[in-house]
Design a protein around this ligand. Sequence first.
Ligand code: NDP
Ligand code: PMR
Length: 385
Amino acid sequence: MALQATSSFAVHREVSLKDSSLFGVPLSTHLKVDFTSRKEFNQRGALKTQAVATTTPAANIASTDGKKTLRKGTVIITGASSGLGLATAKALAETGKWHIIMACRDFLKAERAAKSSGISKENYTVMHLDLSSFDSVRQFVGNFKQSGRPLDVLVCNAAVYLPTAKEPTFTADGFELSVGTNHLGHFLLARLLLDDLKQSDYPSKRLIIVGSITGNTNTLAGNVPPKANLGDMRGLAGGLNGLNSSSMIDGGDFDGAKAYKDSKVCNMLMMQEFHRRFHEETGITFASLYPGCIATTGLFREHIPLFRLLFPPFQKYITKGYVSEDESGKRLAQVVSDPSLTKSGVYWSWNNNSASFENQLSEEASDVAKARKVWEISEKLVRLA
Ligand code: NDP
Ligand code: PMR
């Protein structure tokens, strides 16, 4: 078998919702391969790899009439098998101007998702990436590099959210799963692909890390307990392994919802630290965003059924923070390709008329010293330092 909002509710003061509960939930609580490593499955199901040599095309290609046209951009989107990532892949594919590398942990799910979204074959390639394993991240990067494709935009989008977990679970390398996947996996990926982005001759090269309102305590949503708080990062420095260190960044007891929000703070801090370290030298645009509350996605798969039933109408009719998957995909697609969104170091949000604006991050999510510290500790954890 050959396999080839937003927040019109944003408030700039602390709101205590410690004792609230909602919906009975206590609030405190792969390979279409046109690249390098051409992978096929042999009859026994094992992967074979053949090298296929390709050259990097220049950004501007002279057409037959002598006019220069822009080549297709290449964008890697992690977690493009559902939700925001898939909707973004669809929106970009529809323009005909992008080739999307769907970097996903489940090849068949991604292929099916691409097909059922109507993304045409020539516009995407599914490549295997499991962010909860550093080996997988390195293998993905190796495969991508061998493909000979340029890298114009990288979108760090994939995430897990484990709000009902009583005990922590861990990545292949022994880090608490939410921070290990959402932050550390993406941190390693982005660091390993930075040179490829740097080498791109595309008019605007970008590294986008998806953030969220719930990691920002300068908003009402960010004040729903448990609140994000990295503390002095003793748990992160200890390796988040739950053995000789806490599984939580701040050293506290495990709380899945907080671990997710903390991971989003790390995502937003890392976008800014990349900007400070590399924007001037490389010309890469670093950006984050809150796409709106996409209450119907797979992100909430681990939540209790009642929450999944009531969360969409609650966001639609009460907070009015709800956004459809299609609309969120258009928003992220803008951050990927809109010529007016080239400013670096920005956290984008959209108002109720779906107009983008530069949003303000919370004090912690914009703390320069914390960003440096998260960077330095994370470098050690992913074994880059
Ligand atoms: P989904 O669950 O629909 O999408 C998450 C994606 O991440 C899936 O494709 C999933 O793969 C993938 N993923 C999870 N773990 C891994 C892993 N170990 N390796 C590779 N891929 C993995 O959720 P959303 O679309 O809602 O979330 C996308 C982003 O949007 C996240 O960063 C989230 O924090 C952010 N966000 C979401 C909001 C919302 O309201 N939904 C609001 C604000 C931000 P698989 O399909 O195999 O499970
Ligand atoms: Mg929240 C003011 C508006 C607002 C917005 C825009 C969101 C977004 N939420 C808001 C308000 C509230 N929420 C209020 C007032 C409550 C308490 C009644 C509330 C509760 C709540 C819960 C229990 N909200 C949640 C949860 C989740 O489990 C979600 C979460 O925190 O995931 C980490 C969530 C979210 N609310 C949002 C958004 C965007 C989320 C989910 C996702 C995310 O940050 O990725």
